[in-house]
Design a protein around this ligand. Structure first.
Ligand code: IFM
Length: 734
């Protein structure tokens, strides 16, 4: 594999709407994100988003109930760092601008844009904006504006300050995917030197604080009223750097002014080192379709930009590219994005799981609020660990998040062998979630059978709510209960005291084992498929006359109760369980299930298509797998869901990596053996990628008649290629 430059430009994207482009060209580093807002006209409602910096407000219910989530948590839209105020010496203000070009270099993380700015009097100038967000130094952002004459070639006055967000009107929308408007924070600004501005922000309710600095780095430059003369017809360069401090408790102010004197070039070099490492560990290439190859690079790039890296933050559903879903973290991380990090950046995966460990106390408290005496229930959507879903049927009732987190812990351990994490944090999370299931479930005697069941739950499919025995939930809970027993066995050997500290007895483990063995998994004898839940298959199908495109997504056109009456799924549900547990069913049953559930799934959720792509590949229908994959890989770049302006669909970005790796190459690790199966669709001439299993770096190469796994570094690994037992060999370096 050779390193190659990947660039995303305006030609590669599906819309020229400014808010859409702001999302697509957003820069982030896990700590904060800067949307690519127009530097002249700006955008009053979005600029800078800091991961985990949120405001709270009471949730107002017409009819509240016990245990309902109490507080909204909304990521705060902060000062726009990109804004520049330019006037002619006669006081003519440049108020509008047009984006003529944009180029995002995925190998360096540098964004270069070209604008033509216009004053109200019709004078125009050209502005090139180069910007970078620090990756190794995650508190830095740097920008260079290069001003050139256009129809105006005279003196200009330029001012730049971290602008206090305008009191934008509340976002009143019937679209539940959009953000709410958080209350405006208290802001204090001071110019501590002519080229340095300090900006302190404190939220009023959540009591969080953050300090920003802006510095002009152009020699002898001043932030306010800096004179530039374009009459020499030469380009004029203005350099600035911003510092975005860590989120802290109220009233803590960063005591020292940060050094903000790196040049844009120094930051670019530093960033290049970061991105080289990302690509070295996780390069993925597809042959035969350059725009698809670019799309997958873009997706991986944005995944890396969005993930919190400090163990205190996670990945918002929209990353840091937009404030949709209020900056909340969902199961999206564990089930769709974490696999990429586990296999390519295990340290980052650990930090993401660490975040969940950090909010375990809130999860314990939530279980009690939900009337469950033991264990922990993680919030369906949250920033601070408390439940923030105001609509419990599609929120808190998605209890499966507990088993999703446990599954992710198990996967992380399987792939990395990081025992230290399991002993310190991972086991406790799996234990507390298992304890939750044990208390939450109900025994049901049916003839001679004793079934352990989970009632009144919502599975991944949000168009079907509050049902009994959702197959996915039950299957995942079973895994959770089996996993705790397996990990406890390991802990008993390595660290028995930890088991005692956590009050785990042999009787508890026997109980978990018994429950797991008796969990009921609904199956339809009529259709010979796993049933999504006890009632799904007996409901009427969604009416044919409501199938026209203007009825979708259903959630924007129908009351939830209307949708719940029908057999219609928003996203992969039972299918997701089938993907995760391939040994549960034979190919014939999988085929029947696929055909059935595909027929009732709208894919109104962006989390759906990647699973259908993976399973189509497993079934050998590579043409269908490719079609689903195309929608997945290019979802935001073609604005498929129509709402990329609110932010990227991060789970889908992770899903596109999964569709390539787990789908087209059937990659999975089972009992220490790496399995690869070639399901490459004929539209692609090649697929290659790198990932790490344990301490071994592997490279997988596929073409129509090639399936090869190479060991790049680290100890030997057992592999199975295309299911041939003879290929179960130790791979050696070549
Ligand atoms: O977590 C998802 C859910 O599965 C579907 N609705 C959107 C959420 C956030 O992406």
């Amino acid at each position: 594999m050779t390193t190659q430059d990947y660039h995303l430009t305006l030609r590669d994207v599906g819309s020229d709407r400014p808010e859409y482009l702001e999302t697509i060209f957003s820069l982030a580093n896990g700590h904060f994100g800067v949307r690519a807002t127009d530097p002249i006209s700006g955008n009053p409602i979005s600029g800078t988003l800091i991961n985990g910096f949120y405001e709270t407000a009471p949730i107002t219910y017409g009819e509240a109930g016990v245990g309902y989530a109490k507080q909204h948590q909304t990521i705060v839209n902060l000062a726009d760092l990109r804004h520049l105020t330019i006037t002619t010496v006669n006081g003519h203000l440049f108020t509008a601008s047009k984006r003529l070009a944009a180029d995002l270099n995925l190998t360096t993380g540098k964004l270069t844009e070209q604008y033509q700015a216009r004053s109200q009097q019709g004078e125009t100038i050209q502005i090139t904006v180069d910007s970078l967000i620090g990756q190794n130094r995650d508190d830095f952002w740097a920008v260079r504006y290069t001003l050139s004459a256009d129809n105006y070639a005279g003196p200009l006055v330029v001012s730049k300050s971290i602008a206090v967000p305008a009191a934008a009107e509340a976002i009143a929308s019937a679209d539940p995917r959009k953000t709410r408007m958080a209350g405006l924070p208290n802001c204090k600004t001071a110019f501590t030197a002519p080229n340095l501005q300090r900006y302190q922000i404190q939220t009023k309710q959540s009591q969080l604080a953050v300090t920003l600095y802006l510095r002009m780095n152009t020699p002898a430059g001043t932030l306010l009223n800096y004179r530039v003369d374009l009459s020499d017809n030469q380009p004029h360069v203005l350099d600035y750097q911003a510092y975005v401090g860590a989120v802290s408790e109220f009233n803590t102010i960063d005591p020292v002014t940060p050094a903000l004197d790196s040049s844009l070039e120094e930051l670019a070099d530093d960033n290049q080192r970061f991105w080289q490492k990302v690509w070295r560990h996780g390069e993925v290439r597809v042959g035969g379709n350059p725009s698809l190859d670019l799309a997958i690079h873009y997706n991986v790039f944005q995944l890396n930009q969005s993930a919190g890296r400090d163990g205190r933050t996670n990945i918002p559903a929209k990353g840091l590219s937009g404030s949709g879903y209020e900056g909340h973290y969902f199961w999206d991380t564990e089930m769709f994005m974490l696999p990429y990090f586990i296999y390519t950046h295990p340290q980052m995966a650990r930090q993401l799981l660490q975040y969940r460990y950090q909010v375990l106390p809130q999860a314990r408290e939530r279980a009690r609020q939900m009337g469950v005496e033991h264990g922990a229930l993680f919030a369906w959507r949250t920033i601070n660990g408390q439940e923030a879903s105001a609509y419990y049927p599609a929120g808190t009732a998605q209890y499966h998040i507990d088993a999703d987190i446990a599954y992710a812990v198990g996967k992380y351990y399987d792939v990395t062998g990081d025992w230290d994490f399991i002993a310190q944090c991972g086991f406790e999370m799996v234990l507390e979630t298992a304890r939750f299931w044990a208390d939450f479930g109900t025994w049901h005697q049916v003839g001679d059978l004793r079934r352990f069941e989970f009632l009144t739950v919502t599975g991944p499919d949000e168009y079907t709510a509050l049902v009994n025995n959702n197959y996915y939930t039950n299957r995942m809970a079973k895994h959770n209960l089996e996993l705790v027993v397996q990990l406890a066995d390991d802990l008993a050997k390595h660290d028995p005291e930890r088991l005692m500290d956590l009050h785990v007895t042999p009787a508890d483990l026997a109980h978990f084992r018994d429950l797991a063995a008796h969990i009921y998994l609904p199956y339809s004898q009529d259709y010979k498929i796993n049933a999504q839940d006890d009632s799904f298959l007996s409901k009427p199908h969604w009416p044919a006359d409501r199938m026209t495109p203007d009825n979708f997504p259903l959630l924007l056109h129908y009351h939830p109760l209307t949708i719940y009456r029908y057999q219609v799924a928003k996203q992969a549900d039972t299918m997701l369980a089938d993907y995760l547990f391939p040994d549960d069913l034979d190919p014939e049953q999988l085929k029947r299930e696929y055909t059935y559930y595909e027929g009732v799934t709208t894919h109104d959720s962006s989390l759906s298509r990647s699973t259908f792509s993976i399973l189509a590949a497993r079934l050998g229908d590579t043409e269908k797998a490719y079609r689903y994959f195309m929608d997945t890989a290019r979802m935001d770049l073609v604005n498929l869901q129509g709402n990329t302006a609110d932010g990227l669909h991060l789970a889908n970005l992770g899903g596109s990596w999964l569709a390539l790796v787990a789908g087209f190459s059937g990659f999975h690790v089972q009992a220490g053996v790496v399995h690869v199966t070639n399901h490459l669709p004929q539209e692609l001439t090649a697929l290659s990628y790198r990932l790490t299993v344990g301490k071994s770096v592997l490279e997988v190469n596929l073409a129509a008649d090639v399936t090869r796994v190479r060991l790049i570094s680290g100890p030997s690994v057992h592999v199975s290629v295309n299911g041939r037992p003879e290929s179960l060999i130790a791979v050696t370096k070549n």
